[in-house]
Ligand binder design. Structure first.
Ligand SMILES: [Zn+2]
Length: 110
């Protein structure tokens, strides 16, 4: 009885160690750098991925249509301002220029 208990204890300890080795390394290497890390596991991968794309596009600096310098920043939804020449203009909600698909539709309507 005593011996069996000892063997079990040894085995479970061995399993625990191997799990710790396998999972511990992975867990310590995995670091969330994404802006959507604040959501944890909520809302699903697809939604979080598209949110990440939008937030990255929002923060990026774009080329100014007047002075051609990459200093256009998002001021508010659809409002873009150049930090160099002060030009303020309307654009997309998250990107100063609309996508090709939307542009094409507008051109067709005109
Ligand atoms: Zn400018």
């Amino acid at each position: 009885m005593h011996a069996i208990g000892k063997i079990f204890k040894y085995n479970s300890c061995k399993i625990h160690l191997s799990l710790k080795k396998r999972w511990g390394n992975k867990m310590s290497k995995k670091k969330k750098v994404s802006s959507t890390g604040r959501f944890g596991s909520r809302y699903g991968v697809k939604v979080r991925d598209s949110m990440k794309e939008i937030e990255e596009a929002k923060r990026e600096e774009y080329e100014c249509p007047r002075c051609n310098h990459e200093q256009v920043e998002r001021e508010s939804t659809g409002i873009w301002a150049c930090g160099r020449c002060g030009l303020k203009f309307a654009g997309g909600a998250y990107k100063p220029q609309l996508g090709k698909k939307i542009k094409r539709v507008i051109e067709e309507e005109e």
